[in-house]
Design a protein around this ligand. Structure first.
Ligand SMILES: *Cc1c(COP(=O)(O)O)cnc(C)c1O
Length: 401
C-alpha cells in the first residue's frame, strides 16, 4: 500500500521509503507533492472542479492550450484537443486523421502504418496500432487497418498501392517504451518526417512517455527538429498528478472541420471530462515549474551522471547485456553471466525489481530490461541509490558466484 509521496520518494503504509524509480509508471515529473501543483489544484477545486467543454470554455483549459502551443515553433501545432489519457489522445489523433482524409475527398486513405513492438495504449484503435503481442494480439483482427513495419527501411520498401491507403504513420519518437526502452537510430525521425511529406501521409507522434523533459528536451521531436501533424501528450502533462491528455494539431487540420451550411463536418468525439479545469491548472503549474526551477538546464548533468553510472555497471558486470539510455530514461537488459538471455518464463527481471524494493527502490521491468525513469527532480544521490538498489537486487536473485 502506497500511503504518501514526498518528492522523488514514495512511502508505504508501514512508513518505509522508496525511491520512485519509474516515476509511478512514467507519469511523475517534479516529484510528489510539489507545493506549486498542490496549491493550484486546491484553489482550482474550490473555484471550479469541472464544467462541460461542450459549448463552453474555461480559463485553465484556454491558458494551457496557449502554453502548449507556445512549446512548438510558431504556426505549426496551433490547435489543442483535450482527452483524459494517452490512449484517448492517440485515439483522437487517429480519428481526426481518418475524418480529415474522408472530408478532403480521399476516403481510401483509411489505414495506418505503425512500427513493430510499438505501444500506443489500450483502447481499441490504439491497441490495434500496437506491435507487442500481449497488448495487441486479441484486437489485431478488429477495427482499424494497420500495416506494421519493422523500421524505416521496411517503410521505404512498401509498395505504392499500400502507401496510398495510409492516413498516417504513428511512432514513439526516439525510443519505444513498452518494447523495453528500445532506441531508434539517430536521424530516423527526420527521415520519417521527410517520407511523410513526400507521400502526403500525416505523421502522428506519440510523446505520451517521452514528453515533458524525459529525453532531456521538452519533447523528443525537438532532438531532430521535427514537427508532426499530430502529437499526443499525456502521462507527464500534469506533472503526474491528475489524468489529462492533449492532442495537438495544425491549422490545416482544424480548418477542414469547419462546417459549411448543409455540410456537417463535426468531429463527433469528446469525453465528459474534456478540458477538465483541475487537470489543466495542474498542467499549467507543471509547465511553470520547468521555467522557475530551470528543470531542463539542471537535467543535463544528471543525464550524463546516470550514463556514467550505468556504463560503469555494464563494464563491470557480465550479467548486464545492454544499457540503453535516452536522456533521463534508461533500460538495463540483464541476462545469464554466460551472455545469453534468461528463459522468459523465469521472469528474472520481475524478481530483480521485487528484490530491489528491499534496497529502497520501486520500479517495474519490461521482461528482462530493468527500467529507470526517475522524476526529473531526482538528484545525484538518488541516481546512485537507484543504480545501487538494482545491482543489489540483481545480486540477490542471480549471485555472481
Ligand atoms: C502509456 C503510454 C500510452 C497510453 O497511455 P495511457 O495514459 O496509459 O492510456 C500510449 N503511448 C505510450 C508511448 C505510452 O507510454
Amino acid at each position: 500500500m502506497i500511503a504518501r509521496g514526498e518528492g522523488a520518494y514514495l512511502v508505504d503504509h508501514l512508513g518505509k521509503r522508496y525511491l520512485d524509480g519509474n516515476s509511478s509508471i512514467w507519469t511523475n515529473i517534479h516529484g510528489h507533492g510539489h507545493p506549486d501543483i498542490v496549491s493550484v489544484i486546491q484553489e482550482q477545486a474550490a473555484t471550479l472542479a469541472h464544467a462541460s467543454a461542450l459549448g463552453f470554455a474555461n480559463e485553465p483549459a484556454a491558458e494551457l492550450a496557449a502554453a502548449l502551443v507556445g512549446c512548438f515553433p510558431e504556426k505549426t501545432l496551433t490547435k489543442v484537443f483535450y482527452t483524459d489519457d494517452g490512449s484517448t489522445a492517440i485515439e483522437c489523433a487517429l480519428r481526426l486523421a481518418l475524418q480529415y482524409w474522408e472530408m478532403e475527398g480521399q476516403p481510401e486513405r483509411s489505414g495506418f502504418a505503425a512500427f513493430d513492438r510499438a505501444y500506443h495504449g489500450d483502447t481499441m484503435g490504439a491497441a490495434a496500432l500496437g506491435g507487442i503481442a500481449a497488448f495487441h494480439e486479441r484486437v489485431s483482427k478488429l477495427g482499424v487497418p494497420v500495416c506494421h513495419v519493422q523500421d524505416m527501411a521496411h517503410l521505404l520498401a512498401l509498395p505504392s498501392e499500400e502507401v496510398s491507403k495510409l492516413a498516417a504513420v504513428v511512432i514513439e519518437p526516439l525510443i519505444q517504451g513498452a518494447a523495453g526502452m528500445r532506441l531508434w537510430p539517430k536521424g530516423m525521425l527526420a527521415e520519417l518526417r521527410a517520407w511523410c511529406d513526400e507521400h502526403e501521409v500525416f505523421l502522428i507522434l506519440d510523446e505520451v512517455m517521452t514528453g515533458f523533459g524525459r529525453t532531456g528536451k521538452m519533447f523528443a521531436c525537438q532532438h531532430e527538429d521535427v514537427v508532426p501533424d499530430f502529437i499526443a501528450l499525456a502521462k507527464g502533462l500534469t506533472g503526474g498528478t491528475v489524468p489529462l491528455a492533449a492532442t495537438l494539431t495544425t491549422q490545416r487540420v482544424f480548418d477542414a472541420f469547419l462546417s459549411q451550411p448543409g455540410d456537417d463536418r463535426t468531429f463527433y468525439y469528446g469525453h465528459s471530462y474534456c478540458g477538465n479545469p483541475l487537470g489543466c491548472a495542474a498542467a499549467l503549474a507543471s509547465l511553470q515549474i520547468f521555467e522557475k526551477e530551470s528543470v531542463l538546464e539542471m537535467l543535463s548533468n544528471k543525464i550524463d551522471y546516470l550514463g556514467g553510472l550505468l556504463r560503469d555497471w555494464r563494464d563491470a558486470d557480465r550479467r548486464v547485456r545492454d544499457v540503453r539510455q535516452c536522456g533521463f530514461i534508461a533500460g538495463v537488459e540483464i541476462g545469464d553471466p554466460s551472455g545469453t538471455a534468461f528463459p522468459p518464463g523465469d521472469k528474472v527481471g520481475g524478481q530483480v525489481c521485487i528484490a530491489a524494493r528491499m534496497h529502497g527502490l520501486l520500479t517495474r521491468p519490461v521482461n528482462d530490461t530493468l527500467v529507470l525513469m526517475l522524476p526529473l527532480c531526482a538528484d545525484f544521490d538518488d541516481l546512485r541509490l537507484a543504480v545501487a538498489a538494482l545491482r543489489a537486487g540483481l545480486d540477490d536473485v542471480i549471485p555472481i558466484g
